[in-house]
Design a protein around this ligand. Structure first.
Ligand SMILES: Nc1nc2c(c(=O)[nH]1)N[C@H]1C(S)=C(S)[C@@H](COP(=O)(O)OP(=O)(O)OC[C@H]3O[C@@H](n4cnc5c(=O)[nH]c(N)nc54)[C@H](O)[C@@H]3O)O[C@H]1N2
Ligand SMILES: Nc1nc2c(c(=O)[nH]1)N[C@H]1C(S)=C(S)[C@@H](COP(=O)(O)OP(=O)(O)OC[C@H]3O[C@@H](n4cnc5c(=O)[nH]c(N)nc54)[C@H](O)[C@@H]3O)O[C@H]1N2
Ligand code: SF4
Ligand SMILES: [Mo]
Length: 749
């Protein structure tokens, strides 16, 4: 028996923790936090152990599967790829590229080969029918940041190490481990902030696990964040507490902002957001007078009725108090690998709505339609309807609102191809399922999440295990399909991959610090012949801000130098970076983008309607439903790993004792939850964490659909929360689905 240890990063959530994996022969015997990782310093959560269980999960697919009359049967790789290309090409022939929908799910963000080679497939199937989990998640942030700073991946993050006042709106990092704020060991970081005399304030309708370790919790009414923060801004303008700090002379339209916020007085918004005027004033003054403060909003501020307005208001607060680009406030990270080449060129504005979705006319956002348009574009009788779907690492039946409708829509498709580990709620509809290799078989560099890291770091993750016999890495699978769709099926993967690199180099160089200083041929020669993600990552690193510029910067980064540091490399704290970090065409931060201001009347109407009803769901027979995450889950997909689902039932409806009593519900009893679009039955959990009038339900459950092949998950399936979230409700500027603050009725069963 040989015992070996490998160091790498966990890819299950956004925290990118360093792990130490111990093997006996080819068997994982232990997974621990890596104490020498300069970023995570030994932190891990229980999910890391799931990496070993994922490896050995008997339900995980280890060969391509084809659906037949009598169920799924194995099929060979080349045969599967030929079949997929043939079916997709036939549909394209009749109905064009737009008849093929592409959906990219969340785990792609954590896996470089999936992101980079999905991009290749996107070019091989240039369809307007692109979708992703982004419109169930980050779009309000991308739209707001894109319009204000000119680049959607380049958003500022709280400088946690030096922050003295952290205002968290609609995020629960103690459970989620941080999102759009890559910060492993967040609990330790928040503890340190408080120990040095700083203050953490959490705004959340639920007294979340993060609120429980904060100095103050504000139980806001769902959807109230934009109103709440705009009222803070009204107070600051009215009291003359505006000080732009580093942003002085670098912004447009400050006076326009002053005019816009004037009507949002604390008295006017109090009922709508459920927060007393005095509390709003107090927090506004504390924020403005703290030596360094940061306001940070995430899912609860994003997938709600006014997600884009909320994110806009949050960043305005940071700007007008001088906290943007200030140490201890918010700073722009400097990732060693930048995916900026997928966005606009510096100096070009981000534009949205370049075209509209056929059925309801949703604006295109970042080259995609929102998921709110997904089912209707399939159900449509129009000639240009969606007829086929290619889905990678996504489970829209679990993750998109109006799940029952999405489920039915998938039945109508002529062809579904899925790249996934499992036959689950979505992939059971697939004609073909092509599995990726398991996390520990992949080598990886985090090309996405380090854009949001609270410290600049670089880390290479080697594969821990050999690829199982008969399996193939997903980049080869994606490239194999892409080349067939491009009519290059006769070429070897290596040849097509060389073409991919050749195309990418000019786009990357143009946006790199080495633009004008390097010849394309010199870059290609320096890269070598190894195909695959490795070469792309080497390229991205070497042309990045810390890169060796293919010899121009001795000691600069390359894949070789990053891989030589098994625990990862610390590249220094975040630093002030304006004006370079701002990429708008005007060269200034745009404080009052029209697209965002145009949504203010909708907020006005909501605030005024809340005044009429007293604004408190608790006095109304209806309740407001919000979501919840749990430390052992990852959206819909870790429920088949025994150690992550053992213990108490987690798919429960949390509610306050006040609501339980008035509705005749008790702890452990069953409740029916009904909304405009559907209903479900779920066990009740009564606790004092919930704001009266608000109930919470986690998403990602409901594994009891016929045909699902998850032997552990189906034993405790839970219920799909998206049976009641309404696909008709969206945040107007971004088209993002509203997955929080939906009206429901709850009754005993
Ligand atoms: N363990 C675990 N970690 C995860 C995930 C997981 O499923 N499990 N998922 C990952 C993913 S994909 C993401 S996007 C991130 C999300 O990361 P976070 O945003 O940090 O996580 P959530 O739990 O969604 O937190 C949202 C919070 O907003 C609150 N909220 C709901 N509505 C409102 C509102 O209207 N206003 C305010 N102010 N608050 C509101 C909720 O009560 C909740 O506490 O987590 C990632 N990490
Ligand atoms: N009601 C409600 N709905 C929500 C949310 C909410 O808070 N409330 N949160 C939303 C958010 S933030 C998100 S990000 C979405 C997530 O929604 P999705 O991205 O659609 O789905 P996931 O549940 O993450 O499922 C991921 C799928 O990918 C597979 N998979 C895992 N790793 C890999 C891999 O490396 N390669 C491949 N090819 N497949 C892999 C898994 O088996 C699973 O089928 O859900 C959204 N939906
Ligand atoms: S917090 Fe947990 S799931 Fe997230 S990267 Fe760290 S160990 Fe993995
Ligand atoms: Mo997400």
């Amino acid at each position: 028996m040989t015992r070996t240890t490998v160091h790498r990063a966990c890819t299950l959530c956004e925290a990118t923790c360093g792990i130490r994996v111990t093997l006996e022969d080819q068997r994982v015997v232990r997974i621990e936090g890596d104490p020498h990782d300069p970023f995570s310093k030994g932190h891990i959560c229980p999910k890391a152990h799931g990496l070993g269980e994922l490896q050995s999960d008997p339900d995980r697919l280890r060969t391509p599967m084809r659906r037949t009359e009598s169920g799924f049967v194995p099929i060979g790789w080349e045969e599967a790829l030929d079949l997929a290309a043939e079916r997709l090409a036939a549909i394209r022939e009749v109905a064009g590229n737009d008849a093929i929908a592409l959906y990219r799910g969340n785990p792609t963000v954590h896996d470089a080969q999936s992101i980079l080679y999905w991009n290749v497939l996107q070019r091989a199937i240039p369809t307007k029918s692109q979708f992703s989990a982004g419109s169930l998640d980050t779009w309000p942030r991308w739209v707001q940041a894109g319009l204000m700073y000119g680049g959607f991946l380049h958003t500022p993050v709280p400088d946690l190490e030096r922050c003295e006042y952290l205002l968290i709106l609609g995020a629960n990092p103690v459970v989620s481990n941080g999102s759009l704020m890559t910060a492993p060991g967040i609990k330790r970081r928040l503890g340190a902030l408080r120990e040095r005399g700083g203050c953490v304030v959490v705004v959340d309708p639920r007294r979340s696990e993060t609120a429980q370790i904060a100095d103050r919790h504000v139980a806001i009414r769902p959807g109230g964040d934009a109103a709440f923060v705009l009222a803070m801004l009204q107070v600051l303008f009215a009291e003359g507490r505006i000080d732009l700090g580093a942003c002085q002379g670098r912004v447009n339209d400050l006076s326009r902002v002053r005019e816009c916020v004037a009507r949002f007085t604390p008295e006017r918004v109090a009922a709508a957001c459920g927060v007393a005027p005095e509390t709003i004033r107090e927090i506004a003054r504390e924020f403005a007078t703290a030596p360094a403060a940061a306001a940070y909003g995430r899912m609860g501020a994003s997938v709600q009725r006014f997600g884009t307005l909320a994110h806009w208001a949050i960043d305005l607060l940071n700007v007008v108090t001088g906290n943007l680009d200030r140490e201890g406030g918010l700073l722009f990270p400097r990732p060693a690998v930048s995916l900026g080449f997928v966005g606009p060129k510096p100096g070009e504005d981000v534009v949205f709505g370049r075209y509209r979705s056929p059925v309801s006319g949703h604006d295109e956002i970042l080259g995609e339609w929102p998921m709110a348009a997904f089912a209707e574009e399939i159900e449509s009788e129009r000639e240009d309807r969606i007829r086929a779907l290619v889905v990678i690492a996504g489970n829209p039946v679990a993750s998109a609102p109006n799940a029952a409708r999405v489920d039915r829509a998938l039945e109508r498709l002529e062809f579904v191809l899925a790249f996934d580990y499992y036959i689950n709620e979505t992939t059971r509809h697939a004609d073909l399922v092509l599995p990726p290799t398991a996390v520990l078989e992949n080598e990886n560099y985090d090309v996405a999440l380090l854009h949001f890291a609270v410290e600049n770091v670089a880390k290479w993750s080697p594969a821990v295990l050999e690829v199982e016999p008969g399996m193939r890495p997903i980049w080869r699978t994606l490239l194999g399909l892409a080349k067939r769709m491009m009519g290059l099926g006769a070429l070897a993967d290596e040849q097509v991959d060389a073409l991919v690199v050749r195309q990418l180099v000019p786009a990357l160089l143009e946006r790199s610090p080495f633009a004008g200083k390097l010849e394309i041929d010199a870059i290609l020669a320096g890269l070598g012949d190894d195909p695959g993600p490795r070469r792309l990552i080497d390229l991205l690193l070497r042309l990045g801000p810390f890169g060796d510029g293919f010899g121009l910067v001795p000691g600069g980064l390359s894949l070789a130098s990053v891989a030589a540091a098994p625990h990862g490399l610390a590249l220094g704290r975040l630093t002030a970076s304006l004006p370079e970090s701002n990429r708008t065409a005007s060269g200034r931060i745009e404080l009052a983008p029209e697209r965002i201001l145009a949504d203010l009347p909708r907020l006005d109407a909501w605030i005024d309607a809340s005044l009429d009803t007293g604004g408190d769901g608790g006095r109304d027979p209806g309740l407001s439903l919000i979501g919840r995450r749990e430390i052992r889950s990852m959206n819909s997909w870790l429920h088949n790993l025994p150690s992550l689902v053992k213990g108490r039932e987690r798919c429960t409806l949390e509610m306050s004792p006040f609501d339980a009593e008035r509705l005749g519900l008790r702890n452990g009893g069953q409740a029916r939850v009904e909304s405009r679009i559907g209903s479900l039955v779920v066990p009740v959990e009564v606790n004092d964490r919930m704001r009266p009038g608000v109930v919470s339900l986690p998403h990602g459950w409901g594994h009891d659909r016929p045909g699902v092949q998850l032997s552990v998950a189906t034993r405790r399936p839970g219920v799909n929360a998206n049976l009641v979230f309404d696909d008709a409700e969206v945040d107007a500027p971004s088209g993002t689905s509203v997955l929080s603050g939906v009206s429901v009725r709850v009754s005993p069963v």
